[in-house]
Design a protein around this ligand. Structure first.
Ligand code: XIL
Length: 342
């Protein structure tokens, strides 16, 4: 195989994630970042799927009660189309990142007013992106943080227990083909949360509420229990749903004491990445939707702000060099064949 030297690193010329994986590999991006040429080049070569890290959230699209700004999301779709990448829509309904005007008015709406507004929002956005996105996270993080029942959000309070199901119906009415996901965090690490979500899935399936897949965000640390992760993959796939590892990053600095990514940490991260991919890759083809990373380079990860420390959680470093974690992804693809019958 042809090997070329770029900078001080060895690169195997033909290897890219999108060519190696049998399922789509995605990355969360912003219009600003993909406007940089080096960034655009790497994103175009490596990935076959894009998610907007922010610009397709209500905070960006929903400018006032019945006004919408699709310009930033559209620019991302155009970028993806030029590179034969699919786009995953994230997210129609979320208790966070709402536009200021909505934050200020939401408590004052009665149930029917809020329901109508939200229905119009969902339907307008889904129609706008019909044929342009393959999938949507319909409702994001609707389950309580600790996994015990539904989150006590303003949507639950005003619209009642069944609002997630109705949001799915509204989305389906506007696009018969787009895949509809429920997306949440800690599904792989909190069995209680997994259970609450499975109860919702079983209920949706019994009632014929449209649901095509589950987004497991996978903001994980080195302490992830592979048994819990495996259980989540098994339970969800057994229900015939697609699984999207939708926001993957691997924290290596949970206590904030690290000042660099040491070789030992990089190695642990590589190993965990490889196990995550290996087990995902063993799923039946029809259950694999995509694995999406929540950013390209360590220095741009949301986790630095969110946790208060650098976490070195992504595939690439600041200088656009592939990290050991990248190799871990490739290793996970390779070992899949031999362990299928375990
Ligand atoms: C994060 C973005 O990465 C940040 O840029 C933004 O400030 C906050 O939201 N779960 C989700 C994502 O579903 O939308 C979040 O993205 C990360 C946690």
């Amino acid at each position: 195989m042809a090997v070329v030297v770029i900078g001080n690193q060895l690169h195997t010329e033909k290897i890219t994630l999108r060519e190696q994986a049998s399922f789509p590999v995605g990355v969360a991006v912003s219009p600003k970042r993909i406007a940089q040429s080096e960034y655009a080049k790497v994103v175009g070569q490596e990935f076959s799927s894009l998610t907007a890290e922010n610009v397709m959230k209500p905070q960006y699209i929903w400018t006032s009660e019945r006004n919408y700004d699709f310009s930033k999301g559209d620019s991302l779709v155009a970028f993806a189309q030029a590179r034969q990448q699919q786009v995953h829509g994230h997210t129609l309904v979320w208790h966070l990142m709402q536009p200021d005007w909505l934050k200020n008015t939401i408590e004052s709406y009665d149930s029917a007013t809020l329901e109508n507004l939200l229905r119009d929002y969902i339907q307008t956005v889904v129609k706008h992106y019909r044929g342009k996105v393959v999938s949507w996270d319909v409702v994001n993080e609707a389950v309580a943080s600790n996994g015990d029942g539904m989150r006590e959000s303003v949507y639950l309070q005003k619209l009642g227990d069944d609002y997630v199901a109705r949001c799915h119906q509204y989305a389906r009415q506007s696009d018969p083909d787009v895949l509809l996901f429920y997306n949440d965090y800690s599904i792989a690490s909190n069995p209680k949360k997994l259970n609450t979500i499975l109860e919702m899935v079983d209920d949706f399936q019994a009632r014929g509420i449209p649901l095509d897949g589950i987004g497991m965000q996978m903001h994980v640390g080195l302490d992830l229990s592979l048994d819990d992760y495996q259980k989540a993959l098994d339970e969800i796939s057994q229900r015939g749903l697609k699984i999207h590892l939708s926001e993957v990053d691997i924290k290596v600095n949970s206590n904030g004491k690290q000042t660099t990514l040491t070789p030992e940490l990089a190695e642990s991260q590589r190993e965990l990445m490889s196990e995550i991919v290996r087990r995902y890759n063993q799923l039946p083809e029809e259950n694999k939707f995509a694995i999406t990373f929540w950013g390209l380079r360590d220095n741009e990860s949301w986790l630095t702000n969110h946790t208060g420390f650098p976490q070195w959680p992504l595939l690439y470093d600041h200088d656009f060099q592939r990290k050991s974690m990248y190799q871990g992804f490739l290793d996970g693809l390779e070992t899949a064949q031999t362990t299928v019958d375990k």
